[in-house]
Design a protein around this ligand. Structure first.
Ligand code: NAD
Ligand code: UD1
Length: 336
């Protein structure tokens, strides 16, 4: 298939491009490089032997999208492009509605007019309400608590209504839990700008000596060891989930919402212990207060992904820690 990958130079998009090319698909990436580097293209090429097509493009640039769809015919779109920092979304909500919602509308509008009917969308477990009981099923109440989460849910709603209005559409929104890790080659990975907020990149930078110590946020949660529990999923498993979604849409129309997680919860302490054991590197850490807005426990019910996609995760927590650290060691400053 010929696939347009928006946001394909970013963290999850770049891994999915590697998987798409390995499966024989031809890809074109469209990205405005606001949170990624063109070096990712060279890295994807080093792993797969093929440099993907690339177009520097903002999703809100309607004439630019029009030109792209006029010039190339696509069988499907994987839509990763968007902004994703929760705290920033609270401080600058318009940035989130503009990039994530308006950008998606411009993309869908152009795609529809050019007859592209298959689409996979990057959604997030953030759309679920804070009080959802884990394991969280796809039919759990949706109640995002910040502009980022709301922007993702809005796009899901837009896609649902587009599918209702147009019987020919085939769409899957994938709700990712906590993506971590990197390609086992260490050539592509997550390159956060500035000090990372998320646990795994923070652990990596402490291990590398770039940050002094990890603060474990909260030790009094009602969980077995008192620290918060999440569903970390290796980015390679996530990439494979996208391939399965694309295959599924070959024979299924309408709108589909599917969780991508492991179905297992891991606490902050378990992650910290695994990282030190697997990589044989000490992580200076201290115990601090809860981080505002955090839930005690979030992990996915993955029965639907198993049933409809025939997909289950293959990579372990140890793989996530090993691959994240390899990427960090090989690329201390990301793609710089
Ligand atoms: P990323 O920032 O690494 O990748 C996103 C890419 O989109 C970047 O390359 C960026 O330059 C590009 N981009 C942003 N706004 C754009 C615009 N208006 N036009 C064109 N390109 C634009 O993020 P990621 O972690 O790879 O996330 C990919 C998608 O998955 C995002 O939509 C994100 O919201 C979603 N998601 C990510 C996570 C996560 O933890 N990483 C979890 C759930 C959902
Ligand atoms: C966060 C986002 C979520 C997004 C996800 C992407 C918030 C509130 N939520 O989820 O919307 O989809 O990232 O992966 O920002 N932790 C520490 N010390 C640290 C960093 C994190 O103890 O320095 C703990 C956190 O308190 C949490 C766990 O590690 O319990 C995971 O945190 P993080 O990686 O930021 O992910 P989420 O908060 O689950």
């Amino acid at each position: 298939m010929k696939v347009l990958v928006t946001g394909g130079t970013g963290y999850i998009g770049s891994h999915t491009c590697v998987a798409l090319q390995a499966a024989g698909h031809e890809i074109t990436i469209a990205d405005n490089l606001s949170n990624s580097s063109p070096e990712a293209l060279a890295r994807i090429a080093r792993i797969s032997g093929t440099r993907p097509g690339f177009q520097a493009l903002d999703m809100r640039d309607a004439p630019g999208l029009e030109k792209l769809f006029d010039a190339q015919c696509f069988d499907a779109i994987m839509h990763f492009a968007g902004v994703k920092a929760v705290a920033e979304s609270v401080a600058d909500p318009l940035k989130y509605y503009s990039n994530n919602v308006m950008g998606s509308i411009a993309l869908f509008d152009s795609a529809l007019r050019h007859g592209v009917t298959r689409l996979v969308f990057s959604s997030s477990a953030t759309v679920y309400g804070e009080n959802s009981r884990s394991p969280i099923r796809e039919d759990a109440p949706v109640a995002p608590v910040n502009p980022y989460g709301r922007s993702k849910h809005m796009v899901e709603e837009i896609l649902t209504e587009m599918c209702r209005a147009n019987a020919g559409l085939r769409v899957m929104a994938l709700r990712y839990f906590n993506p971590v890790g990197a390609h086992p080659s260490g050539l592509v990975g997550e390159a956060p700008v500035g000090t990372p907020n998320n646990l795994m990149p923070y652990l990596c930078q402490v291990a590398a000596g770039r940050l002094e110590e990890l603060t474990v946020f909260g030790t009094d949660y009602p969980t077995p060891d008192g620290t918060a529990v999440r569903d970390y999923i290796h980015v390679m498993d996530l990439a494979e989930g996208h391939l399965r979604a694309l295959e599924f849409l070959e024979s299924h129309g309408g709108m589909h919402l599917v969780n991508l997680g492991t179905g297992r919860g891991t606490s902050v302490l378990e992650m910290l212990t695994a990282f030190q054991r697997v990589n044989q590197v000490p992580i200076p850490h201290r115990f601090g207060a809860r981080r505002p807005g955090d839930t005690k426990e979030t992990f996915a019910d993955v029965a639907l992904a198993d049933r409809v996609l025939g997909w289950r995760t293959q990579y372990s927590l140890d793989d996530m820690c090993r691959d994240a650290w390899r990427w960090q060691k090989m690329n201390p400053k990301g793609y710089e």
